[in-house]
Write a protein that binds this ligand. Sequence first.
Ligand code: ADP
Length: 490
Amino acid sequence: MLKSVHDFVSTERKLLIGGEWVPALSGETFTTYDPATGARITDVARGGAADVDRAVAAARTAFEEGPWPRLTPSQRQRLIWRIGDALLDRAEEFAQLEALDNGKSVAVAQGVDVAWAADLFHYYAGWATKIEGRTVPVSVPWVPGGQFHAYTLREPVGVCGQIIPWNFPLLMAAFKIPAALAAGNTVVLKPAEQTPLTALLLGEVINEILPPGVVNIVTGFGDAGAAISAHEGVDKVAFTGSTEVGKKIVAAAGGNLKKVSLELGGKSPQIVYADADLDLAVPGTANAWLFNHGQCCVAGTRLYVEDSIFAEFTRRVADFASQVKIGPGLDPATQLGPLVSQEQLDRVTGFIRQGLADGARALTGGNQVGDQGYYVEPTVLVDVKPDMSVVREEIFGPVVVAAPFSADRGAIPEANDSPYGLAAGVWTQDVSKAHRIARELEAGTVWVNCYNAFDTALPFGGYKQSGWGRELGAAALEQYTQTKAVNIQL
Ligand code: ADP
């Protein structure tokens, strides 16, 4: 482990409020654990409602009194860009800390989480100078002969609360912070209680680059998140997490009708046609639910395979999954690390047990691995029925359910039979079919002959109960700006 990572976890971590590192007003702390061993890593300040008040006040001051929204777009662009550079300069440190706190492979943490987080800061840095209004030709019929010059301004929303989950701790902060900053907003971030550390390291980086109060970080539990979503001084809340908590946030946000964007759960289907390139589709469909140990909102966990190839295809997927190397995140050879917590281990193994009791059959997997750390075998379940909980509910572990479909009926009815609509995968070499099926799927993202093929420039978000609004790309700026129409009689 790098000395800097060791040093970082050797001290109790605090809240970042108004540019200062402060303990919680209550003095309370909580412990964050290494999921590979269950051992304590360090203690972190447990922020509560009073700390959220302080953080919101600091963000309000930075927003109202500046300098943040009053910097030129070009100045904001340069500062946000520097955060991206700092992430790349310290990529190894961020990756090790992420692997330690979350359990994901250090190689994935560096190659995906940290690299993409840096890209997000660089991408939105560029947007700071490109958020434009429009001039609009207007008529105003009830002012005969009147001449007008009308245009729109895109202004920041204000103080933005951002509440993030534990599956991609740094990356989820990077999905949210730079888009808010580019538009001139200030931020109160609440990391997940399971994985607070990389957001706090990001806070150190940000604190060296941005003026005080522009980004504040309150670590803590759901009560701190609830305080943010209910706060009268917060103008917008962005949340990534479970659909259940998303609904609570909507209810809490009603008090001052703050703007809400939500990126929630999923149970994403993948449809494999007999004409697919199977050598591509076997590892492709498997990685879609194995990536990040299945702890992905987009995980492709319902596999619908054309009946003529069902037996062979699922056997090959099970073979692939059973050969994945399981181990601690800090081992560079690890492909599948531990789940994040004992709670998640219990939840995932509980779903598997229930599925087997309901009549599903495991082609591979089905068990916990060892008795230290929170490891679960990659699990492929067949003989499933549409009403089983393993088919309907988001498991958030390395578990896929597979069912055959016939060419004449197709798989669309089953694929769309879900309250969720986050993502979907289609595997076929027939181009027309790919486009047709992409239109029929009820999902915010459709990947064809690939999966998890995200890009910073592509909008991401959910249909149905998978969310409100879009992150990434230019679409995210819609969430972080409001449009003012100005009409001038000449
Ligand atoms: P997961 O199921 O992935 O653990 P959750 O939706 O429970 O996700 O949590 C995601 C984030 O929401 C975490 O930061 C958590 O602390 C926070 N959170 C939990 N409960 C609430 C709540 N009632 N209001 C706001 N945030 C909450």
